[in-house]
Design a protein around this ligand. Structure first.
Ligand code: KG4
Ligand code: ZN
Length: 332
């Protein structure tokens, strides 16, 4: 198996890419849907329709740009979950149909496993074992990664995901969607120590997270301050999230006695988080490159390479909007 085509459509990014077994990532195209900004969050039905509109042209462009013809594709990997059901179905149906037309296997990829493996696309790649912090718009989890397909969930959020907390705070600050980059931009000129913010669940033991209290705290603070204080609020909020995540990462490393930390998912692009991790984590921290932090087809094609043995020619289109990551484990 040489060339794997990857298709991502779980949320509001349409991504296609080709990963080559010998040459690594060949090309990665991402289209970020813009229509959701007006609604302050992803509208599932709009997302599905936009994927339908974009995917065929993007696949065509991918072949054009790479010079890799359809008949040179050896497998098609697509995101089968977790994610928005309708959005997933577009990528899954496209992937399965394309694979059937080319008479190659279709590989159902777990979106969070793809994030988790994405730092392995970089140089130097982390070696197993490592602790992974996965922070996206829908998930916040700490996973002990013994090896490929040997995952143990150490902790997760009890309510909002880290990215979701950024998105909701952005809305409170009259910023656009997606909120993470907007809050980070506003925070650059802010004083993170002007206001006090909680570091939720850091004082008691355990590796779970909770961000809804921080969100409520921020909402109440915003109601009290003038708009000129918004940069300070953004900076204080961002710092609180960064420190909370970093404290838990350090605890997870101590708990597992692992040395390496991998951080992936949209929020891993956050520079304040990266700075806080560099400060608090004694070992090395591995990230995907900036453009591969948020959703993309490259990580799907890459994860498909790892899952190539599970490729199937059945032609069945199945998605798993909910899909616990430890269901991916192979037996030791
Ligand atoms: O992984 P991702 O692209 O999609 C999901 O699988 O959810 O993550 C998107 C999330 C959004 O909540 C977005 O606000 C957040 O990642 N995000 C950031 C940054 N860039 C994206 N959060 C904080 N700082 C950033 N620079
Ligand atoms: Zn994602």
């Amino acid at each position: 198996m040489q060339n794997i085509l990857g298709i991502e459509s779980s949320c509001d990014e349409t991504g296609v890419a080709i990963y080559s077994a010998s040459a690594g990532l060949v090309k990665d195209l991402v289209y970020t849907q813009a229509d959701h900004a007006a609604y302050g969050g992803v509208v599932p039905e709009l997302a599905s329709r936009d994927h339908i509109r974009k995917l065929p042209a993007m696949l065509h462009e991918l072949h054009e740009l790479t010079g890799i013809a359809p008949h040179e594709i050896d497998a098609v990997a697509y995101t089968a979950g977790p994610g928005l059901a309708g959005a997933l179905l577009v990528g899954a149906a496209t992937g399965v149909a394309y694979a059937a037309a080319l008479d190659v296997p279709a590989i159902a990829v777990h979106h969070m496993e793809a994030h988790l493996l994405s730092p392995l696309l970089e140089e130097p790649a982390p070696e197993f074992p490592f602790v992974a912090l996965l922070v996206s718009g829908g998930h916040t989890m700490l996973v002990a990664v013994e090896d490929f397909a040997r995952y143990q969930l150490l902790g997760e959020t009890l309510d909002d995901a880290a990215g979701e907390a950024f998105d909701k705070t952005a809305r409170l600050l009259d910023l656009g969607y997606p909120g993470g980059p907007e809050v980070a931009r506003l925070a650059i000129d802010g004083n993170s120590e002007k206001y006090e913010f909680p570091r939720p669940m850091t004082r008691r033991p355990g590796l779970d997270f909770s961000f809804s209290g921080l969100k409520t705290h921020t909402r109440e603070l915003i109601a009290r301050v003038d708009k000129s204080a918004y940069a300070d609020v953004a900076a204080g909020f961002e710092q609180a999230v960064a420190e909370t995540l970093a404290i838990k990462c350090r605890r997870a490393l101590e708990h597992t006695r692992m040395e390496r930390l991998v951080v992936a998912g949209g929020v891993s692009a956050n520079l304040r988080l990266r700075a806080e991790l560099d400060k608090r984590i004694p070992g090395r921290v591995y990230y995907p490159s900036m453009r591969l932090c948020t959703d993309n087809g490259a990580m799907i094609a890459h994860a498909g390479w790892y899952r190539r043995a599970e490729g199937s020619k059945s032609g069945l289109v199945r998605v798993r909007p909910r899909w616990p990551i430890d269901e991916l484990n192979r037996q030791p």
